[in-house]
Design a binder for this molecule. Structure first.
Ligand SMILES: [Zn+2]
Ligand SMILES: [Zn+2]
Length: 144
């Protein structure tokens, strides 16, 4: 994938990132809904992405942090901080960039999506339980 350059709403933060795949994902979890007022639409970034400007991070859970512009509050990315296979996995907010042309291929926490809206078309969808099983630390196993 070609490298992309984007910026936050106010322009104080610029982000350079290379999508790992030709695909966007959307997350409807409670945190993403509150963070964005709808859902986080993002792409998985290759390692080596970079941001210039006043970036703040917030530990939104024991396993991940969210980065945002300290000036305007624009959502920048979600990054897994917990050790394990997913450590460092970063989902960059797709809206920072001009239209990448990438299609929406995955919806997470589909059972948490408010009933009043939905994306048109079909794609892979995962429930809260399915996502949590995917991200669960190995010591918890498949206790569900
Ligand atoms: Zn900004
Ligand atoms: Zn989410």
């Amino acid at each position: 994938m070609p490298e992309l350059q984007g910026q936050c709403m106010c322009g104080a933060v610029t982000v350079t990132a290379t999508p790992a795949k030709d695909a966007l994902g959307a997350c409807h979890c409670d945190q993403c809904r509150r963070w964005t007022s709808s859902m986080l639409v993002s792409f998985q970034a290759e390692e080596g992405y970079a941001a210039l400007g006043p970036v703040k991070t917030f530990a939104s859970s024991d396993w991940a942090e969210r980065a945002f512009c300290a000036e305007c509050g624009s959502a920048l990315w979600y990054r897994v901080t917990a050790p394990g296979d997913m450590h460092g996995h970063t989902e960059i907010a797709a809206g920072l960039f001009e239209d990448t042309g990438h299609g929406l291929q995955l919806e997470l926490f589909i059972d948490k999506k408010p009933k009043g809206y939905a994306f048109a078309g079909e794609r892979k969808q995962m429930t809260k339980a399915e996502v949590e099983a995917m991200f669960a630390p190995s010591e918890e196993g498949d206790s569900q």
